[in-house]
Design a protein around this ligand. Structure first.
Ligand code: ADP
Ligand code: MG
Length: 705
């Protein structure tokens, strides 16, 4: 990439722009990632202020947004004992007078206003003290240049404190762009071909750039933004779909011709329940993939409790039946351990050897396991990312299941692949339902299977929101449930396992619960991340075996643990959890035949967002609805795990709002690839070039996602 720098005008380092220089350049790089002219050009405004019209003072009303007024300024007056608290001035036009006021930064302003000069004043009017005021208005003397720049929609750019202190606030950035534009003329090359631009009536790129920064009017601004959003999503989808195509074409996969004794034995003799139709459908899809001769890359989406584990186990049996090994990768040690326990349990007596490899596996044990693995004696290896270390060599890895929970990056998945020449089939399981828009961008190149039904007989979990001051009522409810033979989780937030305060909340809570539910009538377990694995396991087992009625825990139990008799989930400080986490936690109950409950405890004064989260949780058990709300409330960047994916580095498209454009862009990308799979046609040369520009650094990542 570097060697191509400087070849193109837009690659010119930003310090060479008039008005920047080395100091500001350094800041622009550090704060906004703007390193060259092109970066500045693609630093889009996040909103616009309407300066398309002037108001008269008489027209000013309460609750108006920003307005601009032309008038003269008089009566500049300093207030306060030292004349430093505030400065006021009178603005007047032919319709009336109003007050301008400054509370800081007016020292150098006070002698600026000249009588008889006409000014443009811009700001938000507020009715106060019996008349209209504008605090800290932008004021400029009327000139031809100012008039032309103030007209229309004014861009507002993100800036930072550091940049502002160097004069690069939103206006400062706009000024740089104004300097850049005349010079960039003729250098802004088209990045979409005519056969896409024309039928869709998209603006040409150079015009787009001009109108996104300095729109002539609202219409042009919308057109410019629509084009950029489309373009951004189009290339994103094109890249994903192209790699999917490449993968399907070029990557061969192991063929599992036989449905063998293990699979059949398990299915007929071991399963204590009938598979749901959804589980059967997904297994069929996996079966077809493993017969195709192409590598499977499948995302298995299913709400908590929908029965993904059985599907995973049966997929691994397909591999083992055909002489391959299988591997199951989990995001945390606890979850890996639980998978190990339940998989060992399910397969017990079938003559399959299952190993567990995590960061805390003893060296001797580890050595033995790695040997067995390499010689093919170990059929299933379960673990955390310790599995992707280079020393882990499989004999014949045929199937990898990744229980992802959004936590594995694409890069980590990649390393598993490099472990054999023909890559294993990959099944990525995710329990957090991902909104469609996000799935399309995050996993756009995977095939998707969905388990969209829960095993029969599940009663919907009843969810209530309670304030902390009603704790006694909640204790009473817990007592009643325990009397009926149920078990209860009480979960505390632990954002960072190292946070002492959180731990104190947990231990305080544990003590108060022990007081409220004393021995010998009751027994309480506690589990948190600071405990030794052996202790954790001991406490966990006591709860699993029903020796304790209450499990006080941090979010370590968020994933995996399966105790059908547990029917109440109390979530402390629920306002501190995100929606998807709350939903995950709630999924720990409702697995048996009994009515289950989830109680969200919170403080009294909740933010609007937190209140909304409580409401949504109480109103639905539908993971997809919850995920959609989550996306709306938080935006995709905050959804767990998406940050590291890099894929969501969207400059202008907004996944919460642009679903329609996204779908459309995906369709366009699909039809383009249908027509020209290798993107080789002359008419698509532009696309080929742009793909290269955008993704040359990430080719590797894309190939393996
Ligand atoms: P998740 O999708 O959250 O991983 P699990 O695989 O842990 O769900 O399954 C949740 C519970 O449902 C387990 O106790 C499992 O044994 C049970 N289960 C799975 N499939 C079925 C089914 N078809 N019928 C009845 N119970 C099932
Ligand atoms: Mg699970």
């Amino acid at each position: 990439m570097r060697d191509e720098k400087n070849k193109h005008f837009l690659d010119t380092p930003i310090e060479y722009l008039k008005g920047v220089g080395p100091k500001r350049a350094e800041l622009l790089r550090a704060e906004l990632d703007i390193g060259c002219f092109g970066d500045l050009l693609m630093f889009y405004p996040f909103r616009y202020i309407d300066r398309s019209r002037f108001y008269t003072i008489r027209e000013v009303q309460n609750d108006m947004p920003y307005v601009q007024i032309r008038g003269r300024i008089s009566d500049v007056c300093l207030h306060g004992k030292y004349r430093t608290t505030r400065m006021t001035a009178t603005l007047s036009d032919h319709t009336g007078k109003m007050e301008l006021v400054w509370f800081r930064g007016f020292k150098w302003l006070k002698d600026q206003f000249k009588p008889g000069v006409e000014y443009i004043v811009f700001g938000k009017p507020v009715f106060f003290g019996n008349r209209y005021n504008i605090a800290h208005p932008e004021v400029e003397a009327v000139s031809q240049e100012v008039i032309s720049q103030s007209a229309g929609l004014q861009p507002v750019y993100n800036s930072t404190e550091k940049l502002k202190s160097k004069g690069l606030d939103s206006r400062g950035i706009a000024k740089l762009l104004r300097t850049l534009f005349p010079r960039a003329k003729g250098h802004i090359h088209e990045t979409l071909p005519a056969h896409i631009l024309e039928p869709l009536k998209l603006l040409p790129r150079e015009e787009t750039m001009l109108h996104v920064h300095f729109p002539a009017d609202a219409m042009m601004m919308k057109k410019a933004r629509a084009r950029l959003k489309f373009e951004e999503l189009f290339y994103l989808q094109l890249n994903l779909l192209r790699h999917r195509l490449l993968r399907i074409e070029k990557t061969s996969g192991h063929i599992f011709p036989a449905i063998g004794d293990l699979f059949n034995g398990f299915y007929h003799d071991r399963l204590s329940f009938e598979l749901t139709a959804a589980q059967k459908r997904v297994l069929k899809e996996i079966r077809n993939d493993t017969l195709s001769g192409k590598q499977m890359n499948r995302l298995l989406q299913g709400d908590v409790g929908s029965g993904k584990t059985v599907v995973a186990v049966m997929s691994m049996l397909m591999a083992i039946d055909n002489g391959f090994q299988a591997s199951l990768m989990a995001p945390t040690e606890i979850l890996a351990f639980q998978h190990f326990e339940s998989v060992s349990n399910m397969l017990n007596g079938l003559g399959i050897s299952v190993g567990l490899l995590t960061g805390s596996t003893r060296p001797a044990e580890r050595r033995k396991m790695l040997e067995d693995l390499e010689e093919g004696h170990l059929h299933i290896l379960i673990g955390t990312h310790a599995l992707i270390e280079d020393v882990v060599q499989f004999n014949r890895l045929g199937m990898v299941v990744i229980d992802e929970q959004h936590r594995f990056g694409v890069a980590q998945r990649a390393r598993l692949w490099s472990k054999s020449t023909v890559p294993p089939h990959v099944l990525v399981m995710t329990a957090t339902p991902i909104p469609r828009t996000l799935a399309m961008t995050l996993y756009g190149d995977l095939d998707v299977s969905v388990i969209d039904e829960l095993p029969p007989g599940r009663k919907p979990i009843k969810t209530f929101h309670q304030f902390d001051r009603h704790r006694l009522k909640v204790f009473g409810f817990m007592r009643k449930q325990i009397k009926e033979g149920r078990q209860i989780y009480v979960v505390y937030p632990l954002i960072q396992e190292s946070e002492k305060l959180d731990l104190k909340d947990l231990t305080d809570g544990y003590e108060s619960i022990c007081r409220e539910f004393p021995l010998p009538e009751y027994a309480v377990s506690i589990v948190h991340g600071k405990m030794k694995p052996a202790d954790k396991d001991f406490e966990m087992q006591r709860f699993v075996k029903g020796q304790t009625q209450i499990m006080v825990a941090t979010t370590v139990i968020e994933v995996g643990i399966d105790v059908p008799n547990a029917s109440v989930m109390v979530i402390e400080s629920a306002e501190r959890f995100g929606l998807s986490q709350l939903h995950q936690l709630r999924g720990r109950v409702g697995r048996g035949a009994d009515q289950s409950y989830c109680i969200l405890m919170s403080k009294d004064d909740l933010s609007a967002d937190a209140r909304k989260r409580m409401e949504v949780m109480a109103s639905t058990n539908d993971g997809f609805r919850i995920a959609e709300t989550d996306l709306q409330l938080r935006g995709p960047g905050d959804i767990q795990g998406t940050q590291q994916s890099g894929i969501l580095d969207l400059k202008i498209a907004d996944l919460t709002q642009d679903e329609r454009i996204l779908k459309f862009a995906r369709e366009q990308a699909k039809s383009l690839l249908g027509d020209d799979p290798g993107i080789e046609k002359q008419e698509n040369k532009v696309i080929r070039k742009q793909l290269h520009t955008l993704y040359r650094d990430r080719l590797f990542w894309s190939r393996i996602s």
